[in-house]
Design a protein around this ligand. Structure first.
Ligand code: SF4
Length: 246
């Protein structure tokens, strides 16, 4: 991994990180453009979705924020989590401010999608967009099926506007939800420890499933990075689009 810090160092260090220079990026993935998202572009909730949504009565009183998507709206890679973690609930920026967020940001840095340190509160992302199945956090439970259904139009809207090539579902809940619409497989047939760091061909997208961040080991994170570098960046993954009219 070159001179980048090891993941176990990343997750145990305090939130004082130097920003990496361009030359420190380990892998430069192919992308639609080489442009870096700049500070004057809106990367947080770029589609102006409702930040005061009250459609789920069981969530509106216990959340701090509605956390809509964040990142490069021209991205080829879309990361989908089940619901915001405690850090994102405070910061309004997906996958920031807690250990799970730092783990994902470390992975994105290793893949060349982030130029920021894993603990940066406003990651500098390119060719990746981060979002959720449900945008409000309940501190004591996972989202219900009804909440996932109620929130689905937001994710659907982002998917249509970004039109990514590759979706990275984090956790079994997300994989099953996306599999219903975007693969030919039985959603109940997925076993995420087995599917982690593999490629599932779907209708219009490829899925690269990832284990829940709070259940990942450092070896899991490194295996995911290796899979993407070796089997996705090394071929023309854009040909997926040719199989579906969108
Ligand atoms: S989870 Fe989604 S639909 Fe439910 S209140 Fe939050 S933003 Fe609205």
């Amino acid at each position: 991994m070159g001179h980048r810090p090891h993941l176990c160092q990343v997750l145990s260090r305090p939130s004082i990180w130097p920003r990496f220079s361009d030359s420190s990026i380990t892998h430069i993935p192919p992308g639609r453009s080489n442009s870096t998202v700049t500070s004057d572009q809106q990367v947080q909730n770029p589609f102006g979705m409702d930040e005061d949504c009250t459609n789920c009565p069981g969530l509106t009183d216990c959340r701090e924020s509605v956390v809509h998507g964040y990142g490069d709206v021209g991205a080829e890679f879309l990361v989908v989590g089940a619901a915001p973690g405690p850090g994102a609930d405070q910061s309004r920026i997906p996958f920031t401010g807690d250990d799970g967020g730092e783990r994902l940001q470390w992975i994105l840095g290793e893949l060349g999608f982030s130029r920021s340190s894993p603990a940066d509160p406003e990651p500098d992302l390119q060719n990746v967009f981060l979002t959720y199945l449900t945008r409000c956090r309940h501190p004591d439970r996972d989202p219900t099926d009804k909440e996932v259904d109620t929130c689905e139009p937001y994710l659907n809207g982002e998917l249509r506007m970004i039109n990514p090539e590759i979706i990275i579902p984090i956790g079994e809940r997300v994989l099953r939800a996306l599999a219903i619409e975007y693969t030919m497989r039985d959603p109940d047939g997925f076993d995420l420890p087995e599917e982690h760091a593999t490629t599932i061909r779907g209708r219009g997208f490829e899925l690269l499933p990832m284990r829940r961040l709070d259940r990942q080991t450092d070896a899991d994170a490194e295996a995911f990075v290796a899979h993407v570098v070796e089997t996705v960046f090394g071929r023309d993954y854009r040909q997926t689009k040719g199989r579906r009219e969108r």
